[in-house]
Design a protein around this ligand. Structure first.
Ligand code: ADP
Ligand code: 3PG
Ligand code: MG
Length: 397
């Protein structure tokens, strides 16, 4: 059981400094942030702590810099967070450890918020260096992890430093992720429908191994579908096939074939840049590739996802190359049917950066999904049952 921030008595926070590991790894272009879902998701935790008069120190990484580089600075995120929080300015400091950080924290009033510069400007973050962990831990009295999407990393800020605190707690966002994802991993509300698309089968195998036995229906789309079709002897033309995992897929089909649904028709073209796309049933001709599920498949899949008002639906991976207009239809329909399932009373979960983008493109809001996971790799690792150092560190002595 995770101890969460509301488990600690309010009086414990007053005047104390709380170090909150958040995941503000968002894409920043010319100082502008397009998608700030990960930032907004940490508001409940930040405001809970500021209302209890804690000094809130936020630490995050951004990108994968090898050294300090201005394009990986978190400064624009501090600006965005200030706009979101509204009433107060979020302070920002150019480092995440050392004297200037200590001075900045000393000058904070109760209820102030400070964002530290990118943790990965120090290579010691990723090597989980003890000295760096000690420097981080020396900044605060209480440790909070609200960065579910980085909890699969054994880094100083998620693991080494965390373990140096006596009081270590989960933030609301991390806790919500763990609750929803544990539900589908361990005890999904039935019937449980799994919708899987995208390209890389490799990244999803661990999660699929855990979820396939629990699912009642598994809908496969996206580029991943062609490897499944190939394994069944369907002609797939030039569509991408993951030969490395063909035998895993063949096995999955022989064990769980009864519940696995595959596309019966496809939108095909000779390349994504083609000015012409057509629809075929069954086999895909040589020299052509499948870039989306066809209309009949859309209908079959929509009926499975949207028509149900009970149970759970988990969706990861677009049904096609949705970034290109010709090939967006399948994905847009699944997104809209996810919303229908939600309105009819199903628990719906979405995971994956591209899937979230597709959902937005379809005009489905975050409020029309029970849970939109902030994690990419972390979500799949968690569902696969892998160790999550960032969560272990909250419990381990
Ligand atoms: P997520 O980020 O949601 O986990 P993935 O990264 O697994 O999703 O896959 C998303 C990508 O898969 C998208 O960029 C999409 O264009 C691509 N994709 C899906 N279907 C196809 C296809 N048939 N051909 C080529 N690319 C595809
Ligand atoms: C993510 O975006 O998946 C997390 O922020 C982790 O980032 P990383 O893969 O660079 O560790
Ligand atoms: Mg992706």
């Amino acid at each position: 059981m995770l101890q969460i921030i509301s488990d600690l008595e309010d009086s414990q926070y007053s005047g104390k400094t709380t170090l909150v590991r958040v995941d503000f790894n968002v894409s920043v272009n010319n100082g502008l942030i397009a998608e700030d879902y990960r930032i907004r998701m940490t508001l409940p935790t930040i405001e809970y702590l500021t209302k209890r008069d804690s000094k809130v120190v936020l630490a995050s990484h951004l990108g994968r810099p090898q050294r300090p580089q201005s394009r990986y600075s978190l400064r624009p995120v501090a600006k965005r967070l200030s706009e979101i929080i509204g009433r107060s300015r979020v302070r920002f400091v150019d480092n995440c450890v050392g004297e200037i950080v200590r001075k900045e924290i000393e000058s904070m009033d109760k209820g102030d918020v400070l964002l530290l510069e990118n943790l990965r400007f120090h290579k010691e973050e990723e090597t989980n260096d003890l000295l760096f962990s000690e420097q981080l831990a020396s900044l605060a009295d209480i440790y909070v992890n609200d960065a579910f999407s980085t909890s699969h990393r054994r880094h100083a800020s998620t693991y080494g430093a965390a373990k140096l605190f006596n009081t270590r707690l989960a933030g609301f966002n991390l806790n919500k992720e763990v609750e929803y994802l544990s539900m589908i991993k361990e005890n999904p509300i039935k019937p449980f429908t799994l919708v899987v698309g995208g390209v890389k089968i490799k990244d999803k195998i661990g999660a699929l191994e855990n979820l396939l036995p629990k699912a009642d229906k598994v809908l496969i789309g996206g580029a991943a579908a062609y490897t499944f079709l190939k394994a069944k002897g369907v002609r797939t033309g030039n569509s991408p096939i993951d030969f490395e995992h063909l035998s895993w897929v063949t096995n999955a089909l022989s064990t769980f074939g009864d519940k696995i649904m595959l596309p019966s028709d496809h939108i095909i073209a000779s390349s994504p840049q083609d000015s012409y796309a057509s629809m075929v049933k069954g086999d895909i001709p040589d020299n052509m590739s499948g870039f989306d599920i066809g209309n009949e498949t859309v209908e079959r899949y929509s009926a499975e996802v949207g028509a149900k008002g009970l149970g759970t639906v988990f969706w990861n991976g677009p049904m096609g190359l949705f970034e290109v207009g010709f090939f967006a239809n399948g994905t847009m329909n699944i997104a809209k049917n996810m919303a229908l399932a939600f309105w009819r009373g199903s628990k719906t979960l979405i995971g994956g950066g591209d899937t979230l983008e597709a959902m937005k493109k379809a005009g489905v809001s975050e409020g029309e999904v029970s849970h939109v996971s902030t994690g990419g790799g972390a979500t799949l690792r968690f569902l696969a049952g892998d160790e999550m150092p960032g969560i272990i560190a909250l419990n381990e002595k």
